[in-house]
Design a protein around this ligand. Structure first.
Ligand SMILES: *Cc1c(COP(=O)(O)O)cnc(C)c1O
Length: 373
């Protein structure tokens, strides 16, 4: 560990620690796949899909190549495409928007709740038109969006709900696992997520057997039986055996990792009470898994610089709303004003929070933040 004077410097994230601890198990899992000699859609993926479906509390889970593909294929499996509008948020990065566009649909941006920074159901309702077919709430930073209000809205208007769970493995809403409440739940196994592969991977969970069947066919060239393609929008999007084997090593640790994340978050929240920061809140019915611990400050950039001086790594999730990316600039003109999104984007700052963070590092972050404030 490097030091700044006597204080430890704290990295924003250090994946090496997790992989070092699991290395013998991971090497054994990779060996199992080499021995079996089957690398695509074989027993590791099948077992992992079963194990992940259990976590998500759904009868079906379908492994795909990424979280972005999980979203795109979910939309296609629900029959959504050109001419259809899909409501989502602008403060959660570009993948969700890429998926909606790749499915051929038109994204429509709603504002976020000023407290949780997840989709504001009233704003979503104001976005609905005759063309709206689906809502994609993002369970941002590890906390579920307001799913009661969103599913009620969807029911009233006959819309699909596709949950973006890329940051919410193991989160819950009203005791129900993230991903089990909408028509599908879409997970990413990008290495930095709460459950990360050693490469790319994704998963769709669903309770609808027709959607599960559509997804299994869509990820495999649209084939409904071997070498007979029946779905024109089929492609290649598969979770591979090596990633599934590695994810099976990690999955049994997810609950403990999330508990450690929650414990660190509690320590931060207690220590930061009284500072001029807006702290993350946990709405009563939601189990937050703290993919990120995000504070808000009107002086975010100064705070960030001061923390950097003390050796504390931070990041901003995300630096700009999607409509200020060139690719999505047209959405700014088409959207109503999103004042709560605008305000949040200028204020959010993510502090180091990962399960392998030591108590000494947690203390160092706390002292640095107090000092900086
Ligand atoms: C990571 C992420 C995705 C995309 O996942 P990939 O596996 O990188 O394609 C989608 N939505 C959100 C909110 C994410 O954080």
């Amino acid at each position: 560990m490097s030091t700044t004077g006597t204080r430890p410097s704290v990295p924003f994230l250090d994946l090496w620690r997790q992989h070092d601890a699991l290395r013998p198990d991971i090497e054994r899992a990779v060996g199992t796949v080499l021995d079996a000699g089957r690398f695509v859609l074989a027993e590791q993926v099948t077992h992992f899909e079963e194990e992940f479906a259990q976590l998500a509390g759904t009868p079906f889970a379908v492994g795909v190549a990424s979280g972005t593909d999980a979203l795109e294929l979910s939309l296609i499996a629900c029959g959504i495409g050109p001419g259809d509008e899909v409501v989502t948020v602008a403060n959660a990065g570009t993948p969700t928007l890429c998926a909606i566009r790749s499915a051929g649909a038109t994204p429509v941006l709603a504002d976020v709740d000023p407290v949780t920074l997840t989709l504001n159901p009233a704003s979503a309702e104001a976005c609905l038109t005759r063309r709206t077919r689906a809502i994609v709430p993002v369970h941002l930073y590890g906390q579920c969006a307001d799913l009661d209000a969103i599913t009620a809205l969807a029911r009233r208007h006959g819309l699909r709900v596709i949950e973006d769970c890329a940051q919410a493995h193991g989160a819950a809403y009203g005791g129900r696992p993230a991903g089990s409440i909408g028509d599908t739940g879409c997970f990413s196994f990008y290495p930095t997520k709460n459950l990360g592969a050693m490469g790319d991977g994704g998963m769709v969970v669903t309770s609808d057997p027709a959607i599960a069947t559509a997804l299994r066919e869509l990820r495999m060239y649209g084939e409904s039986s071997p070498r007979h393609s029946t779905r024109p929008r089929g492609r290649n999007s598969r979770l591979d055996e090596l990633q599934a084997a590695i994810l099976r090593v990690k999955l049994p640790h997810l609950r403990a990792w999330n508990e450690r994340r929650r414990a660190i978050a509690r320590a931060y929240t207690e220590a930061f009470a009284g500072l001029p920061l807006v702290l993350p809140t946990e709405a009563d019915e939601r189990t937050h898994v703290y993919h990120l611990y995000v504070v808000r400050s009107a002086e975010r950039d100064r705070l960030r610089a001061r923390l950097a001086e003390r050796g504390v790594g931070t990041l901003v999730h995300y630096e700009r709303p999607v409509y200020r990316h060139e690719a999505f600039r047209d959405l700014a003109a088409a959207s109503a004003a999103l004042p709560d999104t605008e305000r949040a984007v200028g204020e959010v700052l993510s502090l180091p929070l990962f399960p392998e963070l030591s108590d000494a590092e947690v203390t160092a972050v706390i002292e640095a933040v107090r000092h900086a404030c």
